[in-house]
Design a protein around this ligand. Structure first.
Ligand code: KIV
Length: 281
């Protein structure tokens, strides 16, 4: 999948995107035919056990993007630019974006809206790096937008979101994530721009949908937002498997002969006949 193919899907069929953070999950998501895989900075919460996406940096994001790259054959691979990798200095933001492509094999980066977003996005795109925008609830700057809540519920705030989307399209973004936006506002935005909108908590009118994979598989118990549909509930399955292992080991039921290697009786006798010194000499 290429950036242009994603753009061309608008109006033709709905676009699918999921996050992945490691090789085995990326391999499955790719094999299922998902259009785009995002190595999200949600890594912080759902994989690393941190309480904020602002707590992961370039090192962690590059490390996980490299692992995901090894599992992806067909999907478009996008890396989330972590907090402070693009907010502090526009020049530095281009270098950091380049690292995701050159070192980790991503095909595009995602940046969340912030005050200098247009300047930074423009610079990254001019350097030849495809950028996905992200507006609405932007977790990296949640403290500046009133916390983790639906954005654009009042006319003035909704208008700002629409303007942000139009400006990001003008800068050359190939798609925009809309997070926690009323469905009718997402519909308005989707109708006003020619690039695809990818919704998360933004209703059915977006051009595509994204979810955090650990949320939709029931692998993150700490918090499940309203917009998350659990397509599987894997935590109880994993817990049961781990408890079964514990019980079988302590009850000497595992491993039985099916899971062990054997040796011929005659070879064993020879070994028993050998004089083996305890100190290894
Ligand atoms: O980090 C992430 O997983 C994201 C998605 C919610 C779009 O940005």
């Amino acid at each position: 999948m290429t950036v242009n193919e994603i753009k061309n899907l608008k109006g033709r069929r709905k676009i699918t995107m999921l996050t992945a953070y490691d090789y085995p999950m990326a391999e499955l998501v790719d094999r299922a035919g998902i259009d785009m895989i995002l190595v999200g900075d949600s890594l912080a919460n759902v994989v690393l056990g941190l309480d904020s996406t602002t707590k992961v940096g370039m090192a962690e994001m590059l490390h996980h993007t490299k692992a995901v790259r090894r599992g992806v054959k067909n999907s478009l691979l996008i890396a989330d630019m972590p907090y402070n990798s693009y907010q502090l200095d526009p020049g530095e933001s281009v270098k950091n974006a380049q690292r995701f492509l050159n070192e980790a094999g991503a095909q595009a980066v995602k940046v969340e809206w912030f005050e200098q977003c247009l300047e930074v996005t423009g610079k990254i795109i001019k350097a030849g790096i495809p950028v996905m925008g992200h507006i609405g609830l932007t977790p990296q700057t949640a403290d500046k937008i009133g916390g983790f809540k639906v954005q654009g519920r009042e006319a003035k705030a909704a208008r700002i979101l629409i303007e942000q989307a139009i400006e990001l399209e003008k800068q050359g973004c190939f798609a925009i994530v809309l997070e926690c936006v009323p469905d009718k506002i997402a519909a308005l935005i989707t109708g006003k721009i020619k690039i695809p909108t990818i919704g998360i908590g933004a209703g059915a009118y977006c051009d595509g949908q994204v979810l955090v994979i650990n949320d939709m598989l029931g692998l993150f118990a700490r918090h499940t937002p309203k917009f998350v549909k659990k397509y599987a509930d894997l935590s109880p399955l994993i817990l049961k498997a781990v408890e079964d292992f514990k019980n079988e080991v302590t009850q000497v039921k595992f491993p039985d002969s099916q899971y062990s290697f054997s040796i011929k009786e005659e070879e064993l006798k020879k070994i028993e006949a050998l004089e083996i010194k305890q100190d290894g000499n």
